[in-house]
Write a protein of this length. Structure first.
Length: 363
C-alpha cells in the first residue's frame, strides 16, 4: 500500500492501517506500506507488532518518487499495489512491475464532474486509468463522476471511509461541557470545520444568530482554523454574538466535543465524505448538514440526521425544530449510531478493503 500520510498523525486512516495490518497478520498475508511522512510512534509500534514492513520515501513528487518507489518494488513481488492519497500520475511508477500485480488507485478527496469534452476524455485521471485495475472512490457519487470521465464502469468501486469510535461516557461528556464553560440548561451546537470559504461557516454563524432569537440558551463552538478566521470573528462582532460563538482552533478531542454537544452542524458548499459525519454518528449524535458530495449517502434525511439547503432561515428553523422535539432528536440519534455500526465503522472499512482486494476470507 502506497500512502501519503500526515506527519506524526494518529488519525482515522492511520488506525485503519493498523486494523488492516492486524488482519493480514492473522491471515498470514504479507503487507508492505510505502509511505511519506513521519509515522506516529503508536502507529510505527503497532505495524511492527503486526509484522507489516514499512518503507519511508524521502521524496514524494516527480522523479524522486519514481526512483524511490522502484528501488523498493524491485526487491519485492507485490500481488496488489494500492495507492492512497497519491497523485493519479504517481501510479505510473508501478508500471515496470505491472505484469503480475493488480494496481488499484483510491480517490480519497472530492472530485468534480468534467467541465467539457477535453476534461471528460483527456484528463490526467483518464490517462492514468489505462493502467489501473481498479479505481475506488470513498462515496458512490464520486464513482459516478469518475465514470463521467470515460473510465470503464467495471473498474470503479466504492469503499466508504471508516471511523474509529472513541468510547466516551456520559460523565466524560459532562466534564467536557464544564471545561467549555457551559452552564446547566445551555444548548451546545458544535462543528468541526476548517475556516475556509468552501466550508461556508458564514452561513452557519448567521443562522445560529437567527436561531438564538428563539432559543437564547444556544452556544456555538467551532473547531478548526483557516484563512477566514479574522473575517468570521468580525462577523461574530457585527452580529453581537461574541459571548455565544467560540472558535476552538485545531483540536485533538473532536469526538469528545461531539459527545458533549446537543447538535452538530456542517454547512459546506462542497465535500467528499468528511470524517466529521462518521464521528458524529459514532457518538450517537444528530447532524444537520448540507447535502453535498457523499454526505447524502451517510446522512439520510429525517432518518438518521437532517439535510438542509443553505438558504436563509432554513438551518435556524431546523435547529429549533430538532432541539424543541425531544422524541425526534432521540429517534435520529438512535438511527445514527445504528448506521455507523452497520456501514461506517473502522471494522466495516477493513472488511470492505479485504473483500474488494479478494484476500483470504474469514473461516
Amino acid at each position: 500500500m502506497v500512502a501519503k500520510i500526515a506527519p506524526n498523525k494518529m488519525g482515522a486512516f492511520e488506525k485503519f492501517m493498523l486494523g488492516l495490518a492486524e488482519r493480514c497478520q492473522t491471515k498470514k498475508v504479507t503487507l508492505h506500506f510505502i509511505v511519506a511522512g513521519q509515522l506516529h510512534p503508536e502507529l510505527a509500534a503497532g505495524l511492527a507488532r503486526a509484522g507489516a514492513a514499512v518503507h519511508v520515501l524521502t521524496e514524494w513528487d516527480g522523479w524522486g518518487f519514481v526512483q524511490g518507489y522502484n528501488r523498493i518494488a524491485g526487491r519485492h513481488h507485490f500481488d496488489i499495489i494500492s495507492f492512497q492519497f497519491c497523485h493519479e500520475l504517481s501510479v505510473l511508477a508501478a508500471m515496470p512491475f505491472r505484469l503480475n500485480s493488480r494496481i488499484i488507485w483510491h480517490q480519497q478527496s472530492e472530485i468534480q464532474p468534467p467541465r467539457n469534452f477535453l476534461t471528460r476524455h483527456f484528463s490526467r485521471l483518464r490517462l492514468a486509468s489505462c493502467f489501473f485495475d481498479g479505481v475506488c472512490g470513498v462515496y458512490q457519487k464520486a464513482g459516478e463522476i469518475i465514470c463521467e470521465r470515460s473510465i470503464a464502469p467495471g473498474k470503479i468501486h466504492t469503499i466508504y471511509n471508516g471511523v474509529d469510535a472513541v468510547p466516551i461516557s456520559a460523565e466524560q461528556a459532562a466534564k467536557k461541557r464544564l471545561e467549555l464553560g457551559l452552564q446547566p440548561g445551555d444548548l451546545m451546537l458544535f462543528s468541526a470545520s476548517s475556516l475556509i470559504l468552501r466550508k461556508n461557516v458564514t452561513y452557519m454563524i448567521r443562522e445560529f444568530a437567527q436561531a438564538l432569537k428563539t432559543l437564547p440558551q444556544l452556544k456555538l463552538f467551532i473547531a478548526g482554523d483557516g484563512d477566514q478566521h479574522d473575517n468570521l470573528v468580525r462577523l461574530v462582532v457585527d452580529l453581537k454574538v461574541v459571548d455565544r460563538v467560540f472558535f476552538l482552533g485545531r483540536r485533538n478531542d473532536v469526538q469528545e466535543l461531539i459527545a458533549a454537544a446537543d447538535l452538530c452542524l456542517l454547512t459546506s458548499h462542497s465535500e467528499a465524505l468528511p470524517f466529521f459525519c462518521g464521528e458524529t454518528m459514532a457518538q450517537g449524535k444528530t447532524m444537520l448538514s448540507t447535502p453535498v458530495g457523499g454526505i447524502p449517502e451517510v446522512i439520510e434525511h429525517e432518518i438518521n440526521g437532517i439535510l438542509i439547503k443553505p438558504e436563509p432561515s432554513v438551518l435556524s428553523a431546523q435547529i429549533c425544530r430538532v432541539l424543541q422535539d425531544e422524541a425526534l432528536r432521540r429517534r435520529l440519534e438512535g438511527a445514527a449510531i445504528n448506521s455507523f455500526r452497520r456501514k461506517f465503522s473502522l471494522e466495516a472499512m477493513v472488511d470492505n478493503y479485504w473483500h474488494y482486494y479478494k484476500l483470504p476470507p474469514d473461516r
